[in-house]
Design a protein around this ligand. Structure first.
Ligand SMILES: NC(=O)c1ccc[n+]([C@@H]2O[C@H](COP(=O)([O-])OP(=O)(O)OC[C@H]3O[C@@H](n4cnc5c(N)ncnc54)[C@H](OP(=O)(O)O)[C@@H]3O)[C@@H](O)[C@H]2O)c1
Length: 345
């Protein structure tokens, strides 16, 4: 179909600067892209910010020739479709995380492969929905695919979630508790993050800044069947090796800040597996449509009131100033739930 080629607002960077620098993220105008193949052209109404944004933006000497647009969480409306699109039509309201190898969602319009897009939950506002895609995909892939948790064989087993109050932990606690029926031990270090984990369904909350192996054992739990590590993998590796049950499984989503010793799992025949939510889009795996299915599954769970949004803060409008504020908060490492930006001024 014909598509206009006018410009659009976006937030981008050329230099990688500290977030305190007003030039670290800039308000810019870019050409509006044109949908081809399986791409949808989305008009974006809300976005969320994740630690991946701050990691990609981290200060370095490299300078981009063309503006780089970050952002991997969006809610919007389908405005145009490529010739091979099968799953969506004009006007559909959608949500998605995206593809780390392509321009991100910090722009008025974005191209996105339909196989990694889902229908927006009908019962949520744009801001509430924008909190969910990246963390929801990560939690669902981590728990149900990498750790192979399923409600038949896993109900009643124990899961330790390290970093329970963050974006991923907020969805992981709910999915594991409400859907898989696991006993959840989450970690949090402050009154408000402890309370957040409990409100989402954690049965036990222990402190990741203290000796949580002892804290868990003091509750009569010697080993846990599954561990989902959402923070500082190397720092928590000795505790994870100690706590994992014989033949148990550990999944981490965070690159270790130092080497980890897999030998520590050998006598227990325990598994270790990575989850990286960009794998499917980065390698165009044959099953990348699973992310479409996961997003629709999460939308169904939300609309059935089985899980809720993890939105904790909304900034308006979407612009460089508000994105710099959101990045600065994420960089503290102590956000609870998700920060979302809505609307274009
Ligand atoms: N592989 C993937 O596909 C993937 C996907 C998403 C995210 N990630 C990565 O996973 C990590 C978590 O993402 P997120 O969005 O959940 O982050 P987030 O929302 O920024 O996490 C914030 C939470 O981390 C907790 N925390 C801080 N220091 C901790 C520590 N030493 N040990 C355990 N928890 C700690 C804090 O709890 P307290 O305030 O209670 O201390 C806070 O609630 C990030 O590194 C992110 O880049 C990877």
């Amino acid at each position: 179909m014909s598509q206009s080629t006018t410009t659009m607002k976006a937030v981008g960077l050329k230099a990688y600067l500290p977030i305190s620098d007003d030039h670290s993220l800039l308000d810019i105008n870019l050409p509006k892209p044109i949908a081809q193949g399986r791409d949808l052209l989305i008009q974006i109404q809300a976005i969320s910010v994740n630690p991946v944004d701050t990691k990609v933006r981290a200060p370095k000497t490299k300078v981009e020739e063309n503006y780089r647009v970050l952002g991997w969480d969006a809610v919007g409306t389908v405005m145009a479709v490529g010739d091979d699109v099968e799953l969506f039509t004009l006007g559909d309201e959608v949500y998605y995380a995206g593809d780390i190898t392509r321009p991100g969602s910090n722009s008025e319009f974005q191209l996105i492969d339909e196989r990694i897009v889902g229908r927006k939950p009908k019962s949520l506002t744009n801001a509430e929905a924008a909190a969910l895609p990246l963390t929801g995909i990560t939690a669902a892939e981590g728990l149900f695919e990498r750790l192979a948790i399923n409600d038949e064989k896993s109900a009643g087993k124990t899961l330790l979630i390290i970093g329970g109050a963050g974006g991923v932990g907020s969805i992981a606690i709910q999915l594991a508790k409400q859907i898989a029926g696991l006993k959840i031990i989450a970690t949090a270090s402050r009154d408000e993050s402890i309370e957040w984990c409990r409100s989402l369904g954690a049965d036990i909350v222990v402190n990741h800044k203290q000796d949580f192996v002892k804290e868990i054992r003091d509750q009569g739990i010697q080993f846990v069947d599954y561990i989902f590590c959402l923070n500082t993998t190397a720092r928590h590796w000795p505790a994870m090796s100690e706590l994992i049950a014989p033949q148990g499984s550990i999944c981490s989503i965070v690159e270790p800040e130092a080497a980890i010793d897999l030998n520590s799992l050998k006598s227990k025949s325990a598994n270790f597996v990575w989850e990286f939510m960009f794998t499917r889009s980065m390698y165009k795996t044959h099953d990348m449509i699973e992310q479409h299915n996961i997003l629709n599954y999460i939308a169904d769970l939300v609309d059935a009131k089985k899980i809720k949004t993890s939105l904790s803060k909304t900034l308006t409008p979407i612009n460089a100033e508000n994105l710099r504020k959101a990045h600065a908060e994420i960089e503290t490492g102590s956000t609870i739930g998700k920060i979302v930006l809505t609307g274009w001024a």
